[in-house]
Design a protein around this ligand. Structure first.
Ligand SMILES: NC(=O)c1ccc[n+]([C@@H]2O[C@H](COP(=O)([O-])OP(=O)(O)OC[C@H]3O[C@@H](n4cnc5c(N)ncnc54)[C@H](O)[C@@H]3O)[C@@H](O)[C@H]2O)c1
Length: 261
């Protein structure tokens, strides 16, 4: 992709202080986009935005909870007030909550559904309202997971939310395509992030063995897919979920389970 492929574009990305979301923000800003970077941890969001700005990118931090519809609406408002428009919304924030089905609590369920589903749904809605008003088209990306395609023990409620996001991407096509807005999802397999390696020191070794390509994904692998889907080159891709899993869903081998508490 050209170095300035996103010049003049404005993006909002949730859950982006570290991990996949941060890399999406960094790559977008690096290619000319102005970015509203959200994280629930305001300090982390500020640090992340500062790093992007130090590298010459345009980025503003917005700390807050991406589960809350009123807060995600304020992210879109921030993009418009500060940068004049919104062109790209990436509903990246998601909680990966391991838990046995037989012990799963209402509280765990609420936390999971409110971020993975409610937050993503209302970010897409608020971004689409604004894109329609601007009459500029737009790009929305939802962060699903391979566990929304294939079952994974102790990730059943999580997988359920991730499967729903794939359906959200498909479902919105009929209502948003007439306005030039595309909605797609990405399903990462195992990705090396601060969280995954922190939760499980054997994450990389275990998942590398279970992944046909012989390695886990890097955050760059997922950001590359996201940047393609939000670029002009992907203008005719709509309602699609892009698997970025090194072939994992083709075989679905699960490594020895090391479940964080
Ligand atoms: N890492 C993987 O292996 C993997 C695999 C498949 C799918 N995914 C999905 O990709 C997305 C990003 O994953 P990750 O591992 O980079 O994320 P992560 O778990 O490392 O979290 C990234 C950031 O999100 C923030 N966050 C948490 N709750 C939030 C909230 N309510 N509002 C705003 N920010 C919040 C955290 O503070 C953190 O800094 C998630 O939706 C995840 O489900 C990740």
């Amino acid at each position: 992709m050209a170095e300035n492929a996103f010049e003049g574009k404005v993006a909002v990305v949730t859950g982006a202080g570290i991990g996949i979301g941060y890399e999406i923000c960094r790559s977008l800003a690096n290619q000319g986009a102005s970015v509203v970077l959200n994280d629930i941890d305001a300090h982390l969001a500020q640090e992340a935005a500062d790093k992007i700005k130090q590298a010459g990118g345009e980025c503003v931090a917005k700390g807050g909870n991406a589960s809350e519809p009123s807060f995600v609406a304020s992210l879109v408002e921030e993009a418009v007030e500060r940068y004049g428009a919104i062109d790209i919304a990436v509903a990246n924030a998601g909680v990966t909550a391991y838990g046995a089905f037989l012990d799963y609590t209402e509280e765990q369920f609420e936390t999971l559904v409110s971020l993975n589903l409610r937050g993503s749904f209302f970010l897409a809605q608020q971004a689409a309202i604004c894109m329609k008003k601007q009459n500029t088209g737009g790009r929305i990306v939802l962060m699903s997971s391979v566990t929304g395609h294939q079952s994974h023990p102790y990730l059943v409620p999580y997988g359920m939310t991730k499967a729903a996001l794939r359906m959200l991407a498909k479902g919105l096509v009929g209502e948003l395509a007439p306005f030039g807005i595309t909605v797609n999802a990405i399903s990462p397999g195992a990705v090396l992030t601060e969280r995954t390696t922190g939760d499980d020191p054997e994450f990389e070794e275990g998942w590398s063995k279970a992944t046909p390509n012989g390695r886990v994904a890097t955050v760059e692998d997922i950001a590359n897919a996201a940047l393609f889907l939000v670029s002009d080159k992907a203008r005719h891709i709509n309602g699609h979920t892009l698997l970025v899993d090194g072939g994992w869903t083709a075989t679905s081998a699960v490594p020895t389970l090391n479940i964080p508490d």
